[in-house]
Design a protein around this ligand. Structure first.
Ligand SMILES: Nc1ncnc2c1ncn2[C@@H]1O[C@H](COP(=O)(O)OP(=O)(O)O)[C@@H](O)[C@H]1O
Ligand SMILES: [Mg+2]
Length: 260
């Protein structure tokens, strides 16, 4: 895993909001099959960095490489085309619609013949395809025909993550960006999402996980990157790292690993 080209690599990223320097000289990478936790206090720059990765923000300086190729994202559709999917905190599900419709947003299968020309979708074909895709990911939720508004918080989160995972799984596994996926979840539901994240990584997907949940990080992340007021202060493998050190980097009590 050490000699591979990163699935996503950012170098020297700077991001200004007017006079506010939200990110300063950030180097970041995530490999295929790796889960990287992105940690930091409120205002540290986590969301801003995710937005740079997802193409929602253009950095003021720095370069982005996807599987070794330099890219420039002008919009989220550019990053999507490069195999990067962001799961937003609000999940962006269509509540009255069923699981299958939600999994197929933007890639609907049309009915054959005149009905298809008129834009009628083939619900049965979409359900079949989605069942196969979820099987491949090892995801179990409720029946495909259940409206997502009837699902539990954990099931909704699972559908949202699976929808993005489907779009980045395949021959060239992509990158999944998760912003606080368990913020609204209870213990059991968090465990479900934890298992799902590990399963996605097991299939070769690269995962960046923004979270305040340190125990979650210890469960699922291989490595953490810690931001403090727009700078990277630590980039470390988690196994064997003292949680007190992690907290110290988050709060600023502990000096940066990269201090000169
Ligand atoms: N749209 C914006 N306009 C101006 N400043 C912003 C904007 N978004 C974030 N910031 C500032 O950038 C810094 C990093 O914010 P953010 O990335 O949201 O941090 P985090 O997600 O770690 O809480 C903060 O100082 C914040 O106030
Ligand atoms: Mg944030």
């Amino acid at each position: 895993m050490s000699d591979q080209t990163p699935a996503l690599e950012l170098t020297g990223i700077e991001m200004h909001y007017g006079y506010v320097l939200a990110l300063s000289g950030i180097d970041f990478h995530v490999n295929a099959g790796e889960v990287v936790g992105l940690l930091g206090d409120n205002g540290a720059g986590k969301s801003t960095l995710l937005k740079v990765m997802s193409g929602a923000h253009r950095p003021s300086a720095g370069t982005i490489k996807v599987r070794g190729q330099k890219v420039e994202f002008h919009s989220p559709s550019d990053s999507t085309a490069a195999g990067i999917q962001m799961v937003y905190q609000d999940l962006a599900l269509v509540d009255p619609q069923d699981i299958s419709i939600n999994l197929n947003i933007g890639r609907e299968i049309l009915r054959k013949g005149p009905l298809g020309w008129l834009g009628f979708v083939d619900r049965k074909a979409m359900r079949k395809r989605s069942e196969a895709e979820l099987d491949r990911l090892g995801v179990r939720t409720a029946p495909m025909t259940r409206p997502v508004e009837m699902l539990s918080g954990g099931q909704r989160q699972t559908v949202a993550i699976a929808r993005s995972a489907i779009r980045v799984s395949g021959e060239t596994n992509g990158v999944l960006l998760l912003d606080e996926p368990t913020a609204a979840l209870g213990y059991e539901q968090t465990k479900q999402v934890e298992a799902l994240i590990r399963r996605m990584a097991g299939q070769g997907i690269a995962i960046v996980l923004v979270t305040h949940n340190l125990p979650l990080c210890y469960e699922v992340a291989d490595r953490v990157v810690i931001l403090n007021r727009g700078s990277k202060v630590a980039d470390t493998v988690l196994a064997g790292t003292d949680p007190d050190h992690i907290v110290g980097w988050i709060t600023g009590a502990r000096p940066s690993q990269f201090a000169a």
